[in-house]
Design a protein around this ligand. Sequence first.
Ligand code: DGY
Length: 333
Amino acid sequence: MAKPRAVVTRRPPGSALESIESEAAVWLWDENRPIPTDRLVEAIADADGLYCMLTDAVGAGLLQAAPSLRVVSTMAVGVDNIDLAACTARQIPVGHTPDVLNETTADTAFALLMAAARRLGEGRDYVRAGKWDQWEPELLLGHDVNDSTLGIIGLGRVGRAIARRGLGFGMRVLYCGRHRQPAIEADLGVIHRDLNALLSESDHVVVATPLTTETEHLIDAAALARMKPTATLVNISRGGTVDSEALVDALQSGQIAAAALDVTDPEPIPADHPLVGLPNCFIIPHLGSSSRRTREAMADLATANLLAGLRGDRLPACANPEVYGKASPSPPD
Ligand code: DGY
């Protein structure tokens, strides 16, 4: 019997490609840049499965161009680039990669928090500029992470891993989200607040919520105005949850002390964007899950999802389980 056809939009790390090839005839976009939409539309015409990246927009138009498509598998936990409703309407399960990246992404959130609150980027620039010619009692004073209040927006799997790190640093941990989570509050000792209270009480705020229509520009000028002038904002969710223009104003005016971004809007952010030039804004290029071990685990889970879909089996990690007849879920984190 002929193998099913799979389009793979980027060479995945580790041995994922060999595993896919063992069960599917693969069409691979093997360039070191995202596949242009017209090439994807062309490639997907006779595909049974799509293995994609968070940079690929999988919308209703693309699905229409793929009449035989039976499974979409993204090598990411976030599915904001995929029209889940359109996939569900076609009974196409969408695989994603929850859990395997929780700890690595939480490490990144903490690295960003430490870097921004303690001004490590400015310190590195200072040394590189040859300005370090003496010890100074008030050189680049930052704000403590230990013994402070951490506010986590979105206490999903990654948010909880960040909370555990905060507790380990002796922080008081607040959270807000779609639902109150009493069992987690009791288990971890985290405290629920509504968004406005969390913003005004926290010394450091981490955005860890998925990007949805409800969370787009959740952190806007009004939200930033509620934060302390000594506060740090960290975004490890998606760039669209923060209004970039409002953030530029807040950082320039001293409305907040610092920001650290793993994700930006636009993304990639151009080098001449005002956020990039601000000394109190520490930006990295969407590296949240970027350890070798974690990216390989994501690639393997995405492979398992793809192959399960091609075989007609239930996906190990499905973002739209209602295709199997379940009630509509909340958006995955
Ligand atoms: C994801 O998987 O959604 C992350 O953003 C990748 O780092």
